[in-house]
Design a binder for this molecule. Structure first.
Ligand code: SAH
Length: 521
């Protein structure tokens, strides 16, 4: 019989052991940033992914498109596989030589039946590994600003299930022990039986004025928290129609929330943010929005495609070392350049003594990932400043390559040509307008719209009838003055203009002037 425990990497083990391999993975409570590096690696490597309703789409997206994704439900009432059927499915996939991730919300071993699945895999001789996750028992209080221990209040905390109905007389929970004011009590799955649980805790001596918090959809943009006391919490749940999934926190530590509350107090918390950038470029913005507590809504309005004629870009890359300067006007240009270099069998050494300029920090960062440190990055990302910076650094008659979009603005080239520089403007890629059929609906549901380029703006207004009316109660945020001008031309006004390119600049600008909405409660 084989077991999972041996040394070496999972890959190594999987290669040596037959049949397949199963990772029992805790996905954390929702915020994709709380996923462990190990979990991300397992998701990338698996060819079958078995998940239930607590899994967040951003986490599922880490699996490869070829990976078979199997939904097994588990939401109360919905059509789902039973636990036995799930266990059987994992064993069957593993026995068939598949590399399986069984993804669970929170942690694998906290009220998640991971122990049973592991035992079944062991019995079937399928090697497995436990990739623990952050349990909602810890995450929900943390994201509500409630420390589980605090030296002023408690010396322990207890995590219990509220799933057992204490009024039915068969609860194995020891309420005499749980009703200890010097410990923080954390209850999962307790919403259905809350009234009965509260009664038993009070019967066993917990005071009615003891603070209680309930956190639902913890770590997600939809996170909500109510705070009351043992005496009032049931009525409060009733009044607010507070629903699962939620974690109940009982104890004096709840008092700290007022001062420590952070996640749901952030300016972008809970806001839906439309991301119109092309899919490939929007990664950084999307993850930073998550971190800020916002809900990114991907809706690319442009896509990046090869230029109509790829010849000039190929020629230019072949002669990179013949220019005085090469200027990259976007990370896409950098990506295209290095793709062409690779196709030609070359590498960064092709630049020789040629100096390199990047229009902004994001472009400079792309260059850095290819081992090139830009010689010049202007402070503000507008053509005028880049132009004057380049004029200072070059002489009359020197040749400058502008490597960028096919529809590149002419401003920079003209500034340089007027002063005697020889300019070669080469199309490295082109942007094409795209739009999903539900773009207008998505835009309507968002609080903030973001635009990274004029072409994204133009494609957006072409695909969203009545965009200007729809924009009345939206915050519009964009990168740089050129995109802001494109918005104006399209009849939309930018509320927030990021001075600095890149996702960080946009988030900073947005948080400095938060969306026009009532602050989240
Ligand atoms: N293994 C999971 C728990 C699964 S039991 C973990 O470690 O978190 C399901 C219960 O977990 C829910 O009823 C709820 O009490 C809690 N839960 C899971 N995710 C949650 C979230 N994002 N916010 C609040 N509660 C959550």
């Amino acid at each position: 019989m084989s077991t999972a425990v041996s040394s070496g990497s999972p890959d190594h083990r999987a290669a040596k052991t037959s049949p397949g391999y199963v990772w029992l993975v805790g996905a954390g409570p929702g915020d994709p940033g709380l996923l462990t590096l190990k979990a991300a690696r397992a998701l990338r490597d698996c060819d079958a992914l078995v998940y239930d309703y607590l899994a967040s789409p951003a986490v599922l997206a880490l699996a490869s498109p070829q990976c078979e994704k199997i939904y097994v439900g588990k939401k109360a009432g919905a059509h789902t596989l039973s636990q036995d059927e799930i266990t059987e499915l994992i064993v069957r996939l593993g026995s068939a030589g598949r590399r399986v991730v069984r993804l669970k919300g929170g942690d694998v071993f906290v009220f998640a039946r991971g122990g049973e699945e592991a035992a079944a895999l062991h019995a079937a001789g399928v090697p497995f590994e436990i990739v623990l996750g952050i349990t909602s028992a810890l995450a929900a209080p943390a994201y509500a600003g409630i420390p589980l221990t605090h030296r002023d209040y408690n010396t322990s905390f207890t995590v219990a299930t509220g799933h057992e109905d204490p009024s039915k007389g068969y609860s194995s929970l020891d309420f005499a022990k749980l009703a200890n004011p010097a410990q923080t009590l954390i209850l999962l799955m307790a919403m259905g039986n809350l009234a009965a649980i509260v009664n038993r805790l009070r019967d066993n001596g917990l005071p009615g004025e003891l603070p209680v918090a309930i956190v639902r959809e913890a770590t997600k943009p939809a996170q909500e928290t109510i705070v009351a006391t043992l005496a009032t919490i049931v009525a409060e749940v009733e009044r607010t129609q507070f629903a699962a999934p939620a974690v109940v926190v009982i104890g004096n530590v709840v008092r700290e929330r007022e001062a420590i509350r952070w996640f749901d107090a952030a300016p972008l918390f809970g806001k839906r943010v439309l991301v119109t950038r092309p899919e490939r470029e929007s990664d950084d913005l999307t993850s930073r929005l998550w971190e800020a507590g916002a809900q990114p809504v991907p809706a690319p309005t442009i896509a990046i495609a090869p230029p109509d004629d790829a010849g000039p870009a190929g020629d230019a890359v072949r002669r990179l070392d013949s220019y005085a300067w090469v200027v990259f006007t976007s990370p896409n240009g950098v990506a295209a350049c290095f793709r062409i270099l690779e196709e030609q069998g070359g590498d960064a050494r092709r630049f020789g003594r040629t100096r390199v300029a990047a229009i902004g920090r994001a472009t400079a960062q792309s260059l850095r990932t290819h081992g090139i440190v830009a010689d010049y990055v202007p402070g503000r990302f507008i053509a005028e400043q880049l132009g004057s910076g380049l004029l200072e650094r070059t002489d009359d008659g020197e040749t400058i390559l502008l490597f960028g979009a096919q529809e590149m603005r002419r401003t920079l080239g003209s500034i340089l040509r007027e002063r005697g520089r020889i300019v070669e403007s080469v199309a490295a890629y082109k942007t094409t307008a795209v739009a999903s059929p539900d773009l207008a609906d998505l835009a309507e549901t968002c609080d903030v719209w973001t635009f990274a380029s004029g072409s994204a703006v133009r494609s957006f207004v072409a695909n969203v009838p009545g965009a200007a009316d729809l924009a009345q109660d939206k915050t519009i945020a964009c990168f740089g003055p050129v995109t802001a001008a494109a918005l104006r031309e399209a009849g939309l006004a930018a509320d927030v203009v990021a001075e600095e390119a890149g996702a960080g600049g946009l988030i900073a600008a947005l948080t400095a002037s938060p969306p026009r909405m009532d602050a989240a409660v």
